[in-house]
Ligand binder design. Structure first.
Ligand code: ADP
Ligand code: MG
Length: 703
């Protein structure tokens, strides 16, 4: 271990001014365990104390100011409960009043009339005169040159830390102390010189020092840019290392022939003509699985773009080459649905397909496991649980993961290690994710995209209506139902307001019944509090067309496929997130009839909700919607991405720093293309830096 890591990995309590008690608190409250953690606890703003103003420069527009002068008077005024201290500060241009309402006895004890002070604070006006309440006071020695002019960093802190004297600005004192201990070699450069000069980045040591204590705003900006780049670059490099390594060294099972199952299906059972995009993706998959290395591919496509058929044909390819496959879905409902679809598609082929979920009875389960182990079962469909449990395949060749935002890079890496030879992996996303996000969170994967919807699909006509227009909406529904169509009415269900949401759902149900009375009309209701059996029955009645209206919470989001349903009403649409709205809307527009989505909201909605509604009305494109979602909410909130951990950058934002991210991505890629093992002299310091990150499983592949 070199000296650098020694200093920075010192426990925080060893820093002068910290000690065991505050050390514990820093750990608990801010996760600051070491010197390095403190160094990476960045200020969220700086106070400009680089100037000393003259008192006469104060105007009504002044906010925070810093002045230097002599305290010419100080007294406590007012009655018992209404006491305050007032002082007069004088410089060569005038007088400024200072006032205190709290801690009077302490002020009285420490303040020195006749002494010179540097005073900082926010200017307020009292009876027309400027004053500073509770100013920050720093005693000045005789020499004016003594004044330290700087941008004072303010740090995130907590109430508990404040109580122990470690508020937002006191933490800066610790950081200052730490920076005094550090030498340039403690924070050695880790980026190649070429990148630094190409991107005009300041060196690492400077960046760390100046992000805390800049001497100009420009210096601060340069430091932030440098550290953001480093953050993004390392994340990209980590992903790309995995990908490049897989391309070079992994041994995958070989799907080198297209056989009977694939061909018979293609010739005789394909229920429609594949779109150009579907064909292209299947070609990409075939090429990738015929190389003898492992495929690890992300398949993106909008809702309804036809990913299932791609999955099915890939499975047939695996079976043709003598391998078994499994398909994993995030929920049992979705697994069940996949099972039904797949059985319908390939039921006439000599292929054995089974569904394994928590509700499969023990005997049936035993049989499935046995068939898997002896190889007589070709396709297993289930939830993620099937990889966690010790399910044994005879020769697993392909794993398809549907809607797998929840799968982090670590888990994917684990899958890859599990079998030998490694099965191919195809990850399908059900909700499109923006490209930026995909390449950041899934940079270790190869990428395919279905960017074309099957022909004849009409875009769903989406409108926004206020609740006050409900009767108009109901009349519209009636005309659709009278034409033989079916309708969804969706209610929000949010955990925090579940009770109220259920009440609204029930009210909505009664209300719909009043508009659409039996026996002319029938209504199904489905929600999460019903027993599974009842849910299923109600769902089936709607699927069969026995009921015309389905009132439900979002449980139908991933559930049903009813081509005859042409209208979706989304109640309190302002409460839904964009991707959820898009996902819901995907339930209509599945048949040949014109379909509608009506977003009902209260008449007063916030700006962000307005933006969401506007986006939904203006586009049916899931990728555009995903981009907007990212822009509105930031990556942290996009479903599932939090777990990947990789999007939680300290400084960088993949939305605001998109350009920098693109740069980091392309530099990382070309670096590995030229020097996959990072052995060249110019990449040496980078390699050394990465080797020190031994705790990280993925970095540990650097030898
Ligand atoms: P998703 O990508 O959302 O999983 P699906 O695979 O469920 O989409 O396909 C949506 C619907 O489109 C299904 O009913 C499917 O049968 C149909 N479909 C898929 N591909 C085509 C195609 N090439 N032509 C016509 N219909 C298609
Ligand atoms: Mg799907």
């Amino acid at each position: 271990m070199n000296l650098a890591t020694q200093i920075l990995s010192s426990p925080i309590e060893y820093l002068k001014g910290v000690g065991p008690q505050r050390g514990d608190l820093l750990k608990k409250e801010l996760n600051i365990f070491t010197f390095n953690d403190l160094l990476n606890h960045f200020p969220y703003r700086h106070i400009d104390k680089t100037k000393v103003n003259l008192i006469k420069e104060i105007t009504l527009q002044s906010e925070y100011i810093q002045v230097a002068g002599v305290l010419v008077s100080f007294e406590i005024v007012g009655q018992k409960n209404n006491k305050r201290a007032v002082g007069q500060l004088k410089d060569q241009t005038g007088f400024l009043e200072l006032a205190w309402f709290q801690g009077l006895s302490w002020i009285q004890k420490t303040i020195k009339v006749g002494a010179s002070y540097l005073v900082y604070g926010r200017v307020t006006f009292f009876q027309g005169n400027p004053q500073i309440v509770h100013p920050e006071m720093e005693l000045l020695k005789q020499e004016k040159r003594d004044v330290k002019l700087f941008f004072e960093p303010i740090y995130p802190s907590t109430e508990k830390l404040k109580a122990k004297g470690l508020g937002g600005r006191q933490i800066g004192k610790l950081t200052q102390m730490l920076l005094q201990l550090l030498r340039e070699q403690d924070l050695p450069e880790n980026l190649p010189e070429k990148i630094l000069s190409q991107l005009k980045l300041v060196n690492r040591f400077q960046a760390y020092r100046n992000i805390h204590f800049p001497s100009s705003l420009d210096e601060y900006d340069q430091s932030v840019k440098r550290l953001k780049f480093e953050e993004l670059f390392m994340a990209q490099l980590r992903m790309h290392l995995l990908k490049f390594r897989r391309h070079r060294f992994s041994k995958g099972v070989l799907f080198d022939k297209v056989g009977e199952h694939f061909n018979v299906f293609y010739e005789n059972h394909l229920p429609f003509k594949l779109t150009g995009a579907q064909k292209r993706v299947i070609r990409e998959i075939r090429a990738d699985t015929a190389k003898g290395r492992q495929m690890n591919r992300l398949l993106q496509g909008d809702v309804g773009s036809g990913k299932t058929i791609v999955a099915v044909m890939t499975m047939l390819l695996a079976i043709d080459n003598g391998y078994q496959c499994c398909l994993m879905a995030p929920t049992e409902i979705l697994a069940q649905q996949h099972f039904n679809t797949i059985v319908k598609l390939i039921g006439q082929l000599p292929v054995a397909v089974q569904l394994l979920t928590g509700s499969v009875k023990a005997a049936a389960r035993r049989k499935i496991l046995q068939d898997l182990a002896d190889g007589s079962l070709n396709i297993l469909i289930g939830t993620h649980a099937i990889i966690e449990e010790s399910v044994q395949f005879k020769n697993l060749g392909l794993v398809i993961i549907d809607e797998q935002h929840r799968f982090g890079v670590e888990q994917r890496a684990k899958l890859w290690e599990k079998a030998e030879p490694v099965p191919h992996i195809l990850v399908m996303t059900a909700t499109p994710i923006p490209r930026t996000l995909a390449m950041t969170a899934y940079g270790d994967l190869d990428y395919s995209m279905i960017d074309e919807l099957p022909p004849g699909r009409q875009p769903v006509i989406t409108v926004h209506r206020y609740e006050t227009h409900r009767s108009g909406v109901m009349n519209f529904i009636r005309t659709e139902i009278d034409k033989g169509r079916q309708v969804y009415i969706i209610f929000p269900l949010i955990e925090e307001s579940a009770k109220l949401d259920y009440e609204n759902l029930m009210k909505g149900y009664e209300n719909a019944k009043a508009y659409f009375p039996e026996p002319k009309y029938w209504i199904s209701m489905v929600h999460g509090r019903q027993p599974a059996q009842q849910k299923e029955t109600n769902m089936q009645r709607f699927v069969k067309g026995d009921t015309q209206i389905m009132v439900s919470t979002t449980v139908i989001e991933v559930g049903v496929d009813v081509p005859n349903a042409t209208v979706m009403i989304i109640e309190s649409a302002e409460k839904f997130g964009l991707s959820q709205l898009h996902q819901l809307r995907g339930r209509v527009g599945r048949g040949s009839e014109k379909s509608y989505c009506i977003l009902l909201t209260s008449s007063q909605i916030g700006n962000e909700a307005k933006e969401r509604i506007k986006t939904m009305v203006s586009t049916n494109n899931g990728f555009e919607i995903a981009e907007k979602d990212l822009e509105l909410r930031g990556p942290g909130d996009i479903e599932g991405t939090r777990q990947s951990g990789l999007l939680n950058f300290k400084l960088a934002s993949i939305v605001k720093d998109k350009l920098l991210l693109d740069t980091a991505k392309s530099i990382s890629e070309s670096m590995l293309e030229n020097d996959p093992d990072l052995v060249s002299a110019e990449n040496l310091q980078l390699k050394q830096f990465l080797q020190q990150r031994k705790g990280d499983r993925i970095w540990s592949i650097i030898s």
